[in-house]
Design a protein around this ligand. Structure first.
Ligand SMILES: [Zn+2]
Ligand SMILES: [Zn+2]
Length: 254
């Protein structure tokens, strides 16, 4: 299983990331990705850019170095109803939004509160991905989250950075494993994301792939494996399309 795209990457505009868009695109090309998504942190994150950053994405070409460039955002969930820190004026110009729980933008809630926050965010038509739902600081009811993702046609992220030593998130592997088991049981697809904050991590999903391989997780439920997976992810809320079945890949190649 070779990931074809990475939709969770940050540039220096995020305030605590260290590479330019050009460096990230070059890194994506070296990795052999076909598409790269820019998902800088939305304005409620301390130190990130103003919303004008997202409004001016129009200056960025659709394709560079042979890679499709997708314009996105990592929005902050602000409350337990799932409200985001950006509205339609920003989101309407983008190709996708990731919605995530981040300190200090929202307090650590109870399992019931965090679950309600994610489900509320999923109802937003611009949200295509829930970022890193894998953190013990924000405990979740995975059965409810996965069923809501299926209903709302939102992809749940398996986040490579959550699995790295030194990640601020807690017990990422343990939580991702629980979520993947529930996804497998209900046939709900996931998306892999690097959450790169520096160029050499763009497209880096080795820890995700190791976990999927260990669990023998079906590659047809990993959206990064096929071009159809990307179309499905970007368009699923619009056209209600069914999950594409990717041919050829097997768990052994993960
Ligand atoms: Zn960040
Ligand atoms: Zn995040």
């Amino acid at each position: 299983m070779k990931p074809l795209f990475d939709l969770h990457t940050h540039t220096i505009a995020s305030g605590h990331a260290y590479s330019s868009l050009k460096e990230n695109i070059e890194a994506a090309a070296e990795r052999g990705l076909t598409a790269l998504g820019i998902s800088d942190h939305a304005p409620a994150m301390p130190g990130t850019c103003h919303s004008f950053h997202f409004g001016n994405y129009k200056v960025i070409r659709e394709s560079l170095l042979g890679i499709r460039i997708l314009k996105g955002i990592e929005a902050n969930i602000l409350d337990f109803d799932g409200s985001l820190d950006v509205g339609e004026d920003v989101l309407g110009k983008l190709e996708y939004a990731i919605a995530s729980l981040h300190p200090p933008c929202i307090p650590f809630g109870t399992m019931e509160q965090n679950t309600r926050a994610l489900i509320g965010a999923m109802a937003n038509p611009y949200v295509k991905i829930i970022g890193h739902p894998d953190d013990d600081r924000y405990p979740l009811d995975y059965e409810e989250v996965v069923l809501a993702a299926q209903r709302e046609k939102v992809a749940l992220e398996i986040n490579n950075s959550s699995f790295c030593p030194g990640s601020g998130r807690q017990n990422g592997v343990k939580n991702a494993r629980i979520m993947l088991e529930v996804c497998r049981r209900h046939d709900v697809p996931v998306v892999l994301g690097s959450d790169a904050h520096i160029w050499y991590d763009v497209g880096e999903m080795g820890r995700c792939r190791a976990l999927l391989r260990e669990m023998n997780f079906p590659p047809e439920l990993v959206l990064n494996c096929s071009p159809e997976g990307l179309d499905f992810l970007l368009n699923r809320k619009r056209d209600g399309s069914a999950l594409p079945v990717s041919g050829g890949a097997s768990a052994g190649e993960a």
